[in-house]
Write a protein that binds this ligand. Structure first.
Ligand SMILES: [Mg+2]
Length: 323
């Protein structure tokens, strides 16, 4: 398998998710007693090793859609097809789905049935502060390949629309922007400290230019106004709230020195282990490359050939000419 920007990001997410799946919902104390040290099978959902969950499924749906032109209706139709277990499941059924995502996909069905495609671009205006789960952040990384050459304000407009297919509040969308800007700087070849630094500066400038509400800015204090490295591991949380996920993921990337260490640090916080590891894994994959992901983890990934074929298509579409 070729190591390139696409496989690094996509397998980074899928492998992290798969390592985390057996541990979902375990508490931090339980993880401390019995830490994750390697990819195992079974556990929480009784799935064989290498089984990835909704995080990877929805990420792969987005990546699959981006094989063609940018099209919100096509993305929505792929999410719907996944929920019906027609595409991008590891073993032909959906064993894990978030509440917000599940409800949102039912809304998408109604919108597509009415052929009211404009409604897809209006979802971002109906965000509820309590719908700030990590379900948009966990699936967003392939969007980077499409938006990488756009200016930050245009990137944010697109991110808001894609995030809002399932998660409509601006806080989750801002997390996606922060995550993708950091990923972009890793792709550009900056080391992770420089990439993080550059991202924080440009996000602060962007907030100024867009008059991002002070009341929202304060939620980002640990990762933007301050350096996440100043937060202690014990003070991180790793539940389903998007701010917890991005804080934990940035910490696990910045404070460890390999893909494996980053993923194990993410999972050993417990709770939403697969999603924290998936989000961490996308960045760690870009930072260290596929060659740094343990080979026996990659080899066990279910439907690896299909995922690799998807990565090849995306590479040919978005990178072949200019990398
Ligand atoms: Mg999951």
């Amino acid at each position: 398998m070729k190591s390139n920007i696409i496989t690094n990001a996509i397998l980074g997410v899928v492998v992290g998710d798969a390592v985390g799946v057996p541990y979902e919902f375990k508490s931090a104390d339980e993880m401390k007693e019995n830490p994750c040290r390697d990819m195992i099978g079974y556990g929480t959902y009784n799935q064989p090793p290498g089984t990835w969950s909704d995080d990877s499924s929805l990420m792969l749906c987005l990546a699959d859609s981006l094989r063609g032109d940018y099209d919100l209706a096509d993305m929505a139709s792929k999410f719907i097809a996944w929920k019906a277990a027609e595409i991008w499941t590891p073993h032909g059924r959906v064993f894990d789905i978030g509440i917000t995502t599940s409800k949102a996909i039912e809304d998408l069905k109604n919108i597509l049935n009415r052929k009211d495609y404009e409604a897809l671009t209006l979802l971002k205006y109906s965000g509820d502060e309590y719908d700030n789960g990590n379900g948009s952040l966990m699936r967003i990384i392939p969007l980077l390949f499409y938006i990488k050459d756009f200016k930050i304000d245009k990137q944010f407009e697109i991110i808001k629309d894609v995030a809002a297919l399932t998660h409509r509040h601006i806080r989750g969308a801002m997390c996606c922007l922060i995550y993708l800007r950091l990923a972009q700087h890793l792709i550009e070849g900056l080391d992770k400290a420089m990439a993080y630094d550059k991202m924080r500066k440009e996000i602060l400038e962007f907030w100024e230019s867009m008059s991002f509400a002070e009341a929202e800015q304060k939620h980002f204090i640990k990762i933007i106004q301050n350096d996440i490295c100043e937060t202690a591991y014990e003070d991180l949380k790793s539940g389903g709230y998007v701010m917890e996920s991005i804080e934990a993921s940035l910490w696990c990337l910045m404070k460890t020195d390999s893909y494996k260490e980053a993923i194990l640090a993410a999972i050993n916080k417990g709770h939403d282990t697969d999603t924290t590891a998936a989000i961490t894994g996308g960045l760690a994959g870009l930072c260290y490359g596929l060659e740094n992901i343990p080979e026996h983890w990659v080899k066990q990934i279910v439907k690896l050939e299909e995922i690799t074929a998807l990565c090849d298509d995306l590479y040919n579409k978005y990178f072949d000419l200019n990398v």
